[in-house]
Ligand binder design. Structure first.
Ligand SMILES: C[S@@+](CC[C@H](N)C(=O)[O-])C[C@H]1O[C@@H](n2cnc3c(N)ncnc32)[C@H](O)[C@@H]1O
Length: 218
């Protein structure tokens, strides 16, 4: 199954560096790909196709590439890895171990392809790890996962527990509604990035994206 998915991804995506992390080359569905305008029934992928490079993931990956100390020699878990860029950035910046996690098999297939393209080794897992203790990990990456109210609640409560257990939690987010004002009281903004023009066009008008660190408990 993974081989079929990978073949479909290769066929329908283009190599791109037109994002916040041009150091990474990624197989993505871009406006140059016929699929960009395809109707749902013309797509070979189950809807939605998650392995885009979302603004949140772009922010965390950019931050990691610019701040190697955050991941160097540490064990990094990328929850909801999508196209895998956060994991790839962590591996490039010499993390001891990287696990790219996503419950979507298409995302994991894209992550494998993208890791190979960038010459890094990462493990992948399709288990739902939300709610687990993640004992072996020091750094948790969350890219663009605050898009749904109920899920945001579950996710944030879990992240608070992981933070209390001493883990570094990095959240990339362009301003999704699930990262509410109340939740933003628990986080500190580490960086804000203007997205490249092409990337803005590919992301429904988001122009800026931010990195937050969970660190204030009320
Ligand atoms: C908006 S995408 C973000 C992808 C990537 N982090 C980025 O920013 O480019 C959200 C991802 O979370 C994944 N996801 C949703 N629920 C999940 C769960 N419980 N565990 C792991 N991944 C999950 C989806 O399959 C999807 O790939």
């Amino acid at each position: 199954m993974l081989r079929d998915i990978s073949a479909a991804i290769i066929r329908h995506t283009a190599l791109s560096r037109r994002h916040l992390t041009p150091e990474l080359v990624l197989r993505l569905i871009t406006p140059e790909c016929p699929l960009w305008r395809a109707k749902e029934d013309e797509s070979p992928f189950r809807d939605p196709f998650w392995a885009f490079y979302w603004p949140g993931g772009q922010a965390t990956a950019r931050y990691i590439l610019d701040n190697q100390d955050l991941v160097k020699d540490r064990n990094v878990l990328d929850i909801g890895c999508g196209c895998g860029a956060g994991s790839i950035a962590a591996a490039k910046m010499k993390a001891k171990y990287v696990l790219a996690n996503d419950i979507d098999h298409y995302a994991l297939a894209a992550t494998h392809l993208n890791a190979n393209l960038n010459g890094v080794l990462i493990d992948t897992s399709s288990k739902n790890l939300i709610g687990t203790k993640c004992e072996e990990f020091n750094v948790i990456l969350i890219g663009d996962m605050f898009y749904d109210d109920d899920f945001s609640h579950t996710l944030f409560e879990w992240l608070i527990k992981l933070h209390e257990a001493g883990k570094t939690i990095l959240i990339g987010d362009p301003g999704r509604h699930g990262l509410t004002e109340k939740r933003r009281r628990h986080v500190q903004m580490l960086a804000e990035y203007k997205m490249p023009r092409e990337s803005q066009e590919e992301n429904n008008g988001f122009t800026k994206t931010k990195v937050w660190k969970l660190n204030k408990l009320i």
